[in-house]
Design a protein around this ligand. Structure first.
Ligand code: ATP
Ligand code: MG
Length: 474
C-alpha cells in the first residue's frame, strides 16, 4: 500500500483525524487535493474530506478542537459542511451512494461506504483518497488505478463513461477543463461517450457551463479546450457563434481564411500576454460577426463588411444567453470587438497624428488592451509578413506615445466646459452648446488646435459668433 504521509503535514489533518476518532467514524481526504499533491501542482487551498458517517458532525467536532473555533457553514440540503481555517477551506461530506434520473443532474443520495463514494467521483484521478485514520494515516486508496492515469496523463471515468456523463453531463465539461488545465488526454472511450452524450448538456445550468468555460479560458493554452469542445460537438451547442466561423469558402479561386481556427490561435497568442479573463474573451469573440456578414464580390473577393459592429451586438446576446454579467465587463468586451480593426485600419494608410489621436480618444483606458488584441490577431505563417505586421504596430505604438505626451486625449476632458459656454453667451442649456463642444473636440482631434484652454476658448468665441450668439457683457 502506498503511503503519502508527507502530503498530510498540515496540522489540520491531525485535528480531523482526532475528531473522527472521537466520533468513531473513518475519514479521508479525497479528490483535487490528493491529485494536485501527486502532480506537484503546489499545495491546494481547498481540501475535501469524506467521512464514513456524518460529514456535518465531523465538521462540528473539528471546529471544537481548533483554536478560535471557526464557524461551520452547514449546507443541510447537500449534507455538507464547510469551514475556513486560516488560509484553507475544508469541505466535509458523508460518504454516499448516488443514483440518477433522466431529467436532472441531482441524484438520489443514500449513505454509503468509501468505495461507494469513490464510485460517484467523476474521474479516476479525482477519486484518489488518503486515509486520515490513526492506524492507516497517509495510505492511498486508489480503486481505479488513478495513480497510473496521473502518470500517463489520462482523464478516465471510474465507471462506464456513458453512464458517468449521462448521469451528470457537467462532467463532460469538467473532463475537457481538466484536460486543458493539466495538459492531459481524455481517454478514447471517454471522448466517444462525450460525443454521444453531448446533447445532455442542456440540463446543465448556464452558470455552471460558464464557470467551466472561464476555467478553460484561463488555462495556459485555452485552444486545447475549445478544440475538444468542438470535436465532441459541445461547442456548437454552447457557442454556435464560434462554430459558425469554421470552414473556408472558395469562389472563382478566391479563398478566405478559416476564422474558427484563426480565432483559437488568437486566444492562445493573447494568453501569452495577459491573464485577464475578459481580454481573453474579447479575443475569442473578436471575429464572431464575420459569419453573418460574409459576402463574395466579383471584383474584390471576400468581405466581412461591418463585422465588428455586428459582432459587438452579438456579444450582448451571447452574454445574456449564457447568463454572464451584463455589466461593465460585457461593455468592455463589446468595445474591444467593435474596435478590433481600428489599429489595423490606421496602418493601412499613413499613420497620421489625427488618426492616432482619434484611436486613443475612442479607446480611452482600453487602448493598451486593444493593441494587445491586435498583435495577438497576427497569425500569418509567412515570417516576412509576420515581422512586417508587428513592425507596423510598433510604429503605431511609438506614434501613440508621442501624441499622448503632447495632446493627452486618452482621458479627454473638454478644455472649455459647458458652463463656461453658457456664461459667456448668457444662454440656457441648448443645442448650440453641444455644437460648440463638438467643434472644439473635433478641432483638437484633427490637430487644428492644441488641447489647451486658450486655443479652445478662442474657437468657442469664433463658433459662437457663427451661430449668431452674442458675448454677454455682464
Ligand atoms: P479544482 O478545485 O482544481 O477545480 P477539484 O478536483 O478539487 O479541482 P472540485 O470541483 O473542487 O474539483 O471538486 C472536488 C472533488 O469532488 C473532485 O475532485 C471530484 O472528486 C468531486 N467532484 C466534483 N464535481 C463532481 C461531479 N460533477 N461529479 C463527480 N464528482 C465530482
Ligand atoms: Mg477543489
Amino acid at each position: 500500500m502506498k503511503n503519502y504521509k508527507n502530503a498530510l503535514t498540515h496540522p489540520i489533518f491531525k485535528v480531523i483525524s482526532e475528531a473522527a476518532e472521537e466520533l468513531q467514524v473513518e475519514s479521508y481526504v479525497i479528490g483535487g487535493f490528493v491529485r494536485d499533491y501527486i502532480l506537484k501542482r503546489g499545495e491546494a487551498k481547498d481540501i475535501d474530506i469524506v467521512a464514513v458517517g456524518s460529514g456535518i458532525q465531523l465538521a462540528k467536532k473539528v471546529t471544537e478542537l481548533l483554536p478560535g473555533k471557526p464557524k461551520v457553514k452547514v449546507f443541510k440540503n447537500f449534507g455538507t459542511a464547510m469551514l475556513r481555517s486560516n488560509d484553507i477551506e475544508i469541505e466535509f461530506v458523508g460518504a454516499r451512494k448516488e443514483s440518477y434520473r433522466q431529467d436532472s443532474r441531482k441524484p438520489i443520495v443514500e449513505d454509503g461506504s468509501l468505495q461507494d463514494d469513490q464510485n460517484r467521483r467523476d474521474f479516476t484521478i479525482n477519486a484518489l483518497a488518503l486515509s486520515l485514520n490513526d492506524k492507516t494515516f497517509g495510505d492511498l486508496l486508489d480503486p481505479f488505478d488513478g495513480l497510473t492515469d496521473l502518470e500517463k496523463k489520462v482523464i478516465r471515468t471510474p465507471l462506464d463513461p456513458d453512464i458517468t456523463y449521462s448521469d451528470d453531463p457537467l462532467r463532460m465539461l469538467r473532463a475537457i477543463r481538466f484536460a486543458t488545465q493539466l495538459n492531459f488526454k481524455i481517454e478514447k472511450e471517454s471522448l466517444k461517450a462525450i460525443s454521444r452524450n453531448n446533447k445532455r448538456i442542456k440540463i446543465i445550468s448556464k452558470e455552471r457551463i460558464t464557470d467551466e468555460l472561464h476555467k478553460i479560458m484561463l488555462a495556459e493554452t485555452p485552444s486545447t479546450g475549445f478544440a475538444l469542445l468542438h470535436k465532441t460537438g459541445l461547442l456548437k451547442l454552447i457557442l454556435p457563434e464560434l462554430t459558425a466561423l469554421e470552414g473556408i469558402d472558395e469562389i472563382e479561386g478566391q479563398r478566405h481564411k478559416d476564422n474558427f481556427w484563426h480565432t483559437l490561435e488568437v486566444v492562445d497568442n493573447i494568453s501569452e500576454n495577459t491573464d485577464d479573463l475578459w481580454l481573453r474573451w474579447a479575443a475569442l469573440l473578436h471575429d464572431i460577426g464575420k459569419a453573418p456578414t460574409k459576402k463574395f464580390h466579383k471584383k474584390i473577393g471576400w468581405t466581412f463588411h461591418g463585422h465588428e459592429f455586428v459582432g459587438a451586438k452579438m456579444v450582448f446576446r451571447l452574454f445574456k444567453r449564457l447568463r454572464m454579467p451584463l455589466n461593465d465587463k460585457m461593455k468592455y468586451v463589446q468595445k474591444l470587438v467593435l474596435m478590433s480593426s481600428r489599429p489595423i485600419a490606421i496602418v493601412d494608410k499613413d499613420v497620421t497624428d489625427s488618426a492616432v489621436r482619434r484611436l486613443i480618444f475612442d479607446a480611452g483606458e482600453d487602448i493598451e488592451d486593444l493593441m494587445i488584441l491586435c498583435e495577438a490577431d497576427i497569425t500569418t505563417k509567412n515570417p516576412k509578413r509576420f515581422r512586417k505586421y508587428h513592425n507596423n504596430f510598433k510604429v503605431v505604438r511609438e506614434k501613440m506615445k508621442e501624441v499622448e505626451e503632447r495632446d493627452q486625449v486618452r482621458n479627454f476632458q473638454p478644455p472649455v466646459s459647458g458652463e463656461e459656454i453658457m456664461e459667456t453667451f448668457n444662454i440656457k442649456p441648448s443645442r448650440e452648446i453641444g455644437i460648440i463642444k463638438e467643434t472644439i473636440k473635433e478641432a483638437i482631434l484633427e490637430g487644428e488646435i492644441p488641447n489647451e484652454y486658450e486655443a479652445a476658448r478662442e474657437l468657442m468665441l469664433k463658433k459662437g459668433k457663427e451661430l449668431g450668439l452674442e458675448v454677454s457683457t455682464q
